[in-house]
Design a protein around this ligand. Sequence first.
Ligand SMILES: [Mg+2]
Length: 426
Amino acid sequence: MSNLKIRDVRVITTEPDGIRLVIVKVETNEPELYGVGCATFTQRPTAVVAAVDDYLRPFLIGKDPADIEDVWQSSYVSSYWRNGPVLNNALSGVDQALWDIKGKLANMPVYDLLGGKARDAAAVYVHSSGRDPQEVEDKARAFIEDGHHYIRVQTETPGYATYGTHGAHPDVGLQTGPRVVTDRVEDADPDTLYAHPAGIFEPRPYMKSAVALFDHMRSTIGWDIELLHDVHERIPPIMGVELAKEVEGHRLFFLEDLFAPEDNDYFRIVRQQTSTPLAMGELYNNPHEIVPMIKDRLIDFIRVHISQIGGLTPARKLAALCEAFNVRTAWHGPGDTSPVGHAANLMLDLNCWNFGIQEYAIFGERTKEVFPGCPEVRDGYMWPNGQPGLGIDVDEGLAAKYPFRERAYGGAWGAVRRADGGVVRP
Ligand SMILES: [Mg+2]
């Protein structure tokens, strides 16, 4: 029993570069001893703020911050209903902050608390997205110049909306189907939204453009660079089986989110038909969704978003489960994982033997200023800074200069639809 107590639990919200970030700061009764954790659920950030302020804060004040496991377990069941993204992200903010505090107390980086490093740095993959294969190739070549070896490639499908190409023309897809898209979210000023482009999506043209992109990349860039691709769950499952088989010869590093979590059992089908490596998991937030995928070796890479499952405490256990079945980690790391979340990812990347790859979003300059100690990437690897805890902080004064902007409909994602008007997941 230490005399250390949680004095306060506060939420810091900030949007330095157009993405709403939520950070939890746990303060102790020892002056200057605090920790930070990522609680970013950028599509519903204020719901997470309420979950922390109204429920976790009063529940945790006065508790011993050393007892991370007890805090996690008791908080997890304190709502009785559990495993949703709002509550899991709120819990992650507290959990990562407690690991940060423990590291500062021990004067060790968190990867040392976890058992030490299994590698010196974490290989990252970056995103090359373009209007056509040539633009994707040009961007990929620039990344290769910078020392990158793993590149996710996404191209637009002419005339349709496609995932992962943020430069999509505003009118893409809207003229294609019989249905005129008039959802108000989609008509909103795009500058007020952080959302994927809405529009019309059809699986067959998408599949054709994706395969043409892989053909282009292999015939121009060659075979020495690892290529990755995200299907984003948009195509009917049996067409996903077809796509995974068709691209086997392109030797992707992985094909991501071939099916939606609701279609998990399709992995049993595709697994018997192709050796295309499969990555899955950013939408998982419940152990029931995850455990069968690991123990039955249905995927090659677990893509869980660490704050989405409740923080480092459940993620390190999941990583250990994956090690037993030789499933590698590929923690979700887009721009809507805060730099604090990236620092937490890095702790596991360094510690886990079964690390596979780390997704990396290139942070904006303002974001780097708000988060001193923001993980650095050089020559295709993310490197630790060796500081105690997570090795990252939040400049609260600077963070306050970038409050959340007003967004139409709270920043809801625009719906992507089939040509007949039916909604496409997600
Ligand atoms: Mg993804």
